[in-house]
Design a protein around this ligand. Sequence first.
Ligand SMILES: NC(=O)c1ccc[n+]([C@@H]2O[C@H](COP(=O)([O-])OP(=O)(O)OC[C@H]3O[C@@H](n4cnc5c(N)ncnc54)[C@H](OP(=O)(O)O)[C@@H]3O)[C@@H](O)[C@H]2O)c1
Length: 325
Amino acid sequence: MKILVTGATGFLGKYVVEELKEAGYEVTAFGRNQLIGEQLAGDAVTFIQGDFTKLSDILTASKGMDAVVHAGALSTVWGKWEDFYQTNVIGTENVLEACETNQIKRLVFISSPSIYAAAKDQLQVKEAEAPKTNELNFYIKSKLLAEQRIHEKKQIDSVILRPRGLFGVGDTSIIPRLIKVNKKIGIPLFDGGQQLVDVTCVENVALAIRLSLESEKAIGETYNITNDEPAPFKDILDQLHQEIGVPVRYLSLSYSLMYGVASTLEKIYTVFRITKEPLFTKYTLYLLKYSQTLSIEKAKNELNYQPKMTITEGIKNYAEHYRNH
Ligand SMILES: NC(=O)c1ccc[n+]([C@@H]2O[C@H](COP(=O)([O-])OP(=O)(O)OC[C@H]3O[C@@H](n4cnc5c(N)ncnc54)[C@H](OP(=O)(O)O)[C@@H]3O)[C@@H](O)[C@H]2O)c1
């Protein structure tokens, strides 16, 4: 079976390539970064350089494929709407059109549970609880629109995954940011950091993607994916910093004050069209202030998904890599 993986040059994509290769699939890795692509290429993996916002690139790359994993995206909390729209919405439309033209039956689309984001604690959120719209930031808005495009193209057998807070070796966003902010000023905490977070080892997300390609039941369905180990934010941070051997510092902040700061920063950055991410956004504050855990019962029951790596193992792996580099 031949599988095209978009976003293969990114954090998750590399693990997907590895998971599929190990399971015996022929993988075509797709991305713009030629250097990383060349490193991925080898036994059972071919690299095709391309940009999925260009229909011709994805049409050519997907010719002869049996399935596509669409993990490529503009995955960040700040930026211009035009960029999110082009990459995450038009890009997904192009992938769908390529699947249709090349008669590719199965598509696994990587969405995000950030679409559930709201100013309240949310425990054991189920897939069906997703809002129709959420304009907290452009990333969320674009992911919801991309999901809609997938639903509209009924002739493609698609599966949507919403994996929460990926971490692992190669992560360039969540853990490196926390380590950096800890070193610089300390990690901001609200209410003692007792909010529940529901993070996921990247290896487990790659597993869920493979299961989504293989399961007949999954067609037309959407699944939350986590490690199923909700824990207080502060406990995760304590464990991480203990493992990497760096003392952790916390900043106790007033939420209402910080919310005012974030709102003002967002307004200024929007008016002056500053693409650099503000120090705080409303979305990052929601992440720090409110509990959010997801129900993964559906993935367990229908995909037979069981996380293969625990959070403790994932943190230990990350720390070992961190100490040696
Ligand atoms: N990280 C998380 O915590 C998280 C959580 C939930 C969902 N997700 C979703 O999971 C997926 C993977 O995320 P990630 O963390 O691995 O992000 P990432 O490291 O930024 O990887 C995304 C990749 O997409 C590729 N890409 C972007 N625009 C492209 C284009 N126009 N044409 C071709 N390739 C393009 C980039 O490839 P090049 O570098 O080669 O350009 C990039 O390497 C995304 O869909 C993201 O929204 C991530």
